[in-house]
Design a protein. Sequence first.
Length: 78
Amino acid sequence: MRSKTPTILHRNPVYEELFSEVSVMVDGNNPEQVGCAIKEIYNNPEKYKKLVEKAYTLSHKYTWEQSAKITHEVFENL
């Protein structure tokens, strides 16, 4: 997302909760679904642009520094 590339993610509860608005969700075990998602994004410049913009904005919410800080706080509390 940070590289401004549309994302296609395997459908699972965590990804759906966090990224359903900014990614295309597919059954990653289904090559046909994955291929269709790639083709859909490639053939639809508006969708491509919309996904990239939303995902890039969301990517700033999750940083390595933030993850490290939260992980450190968890260990401190243990």
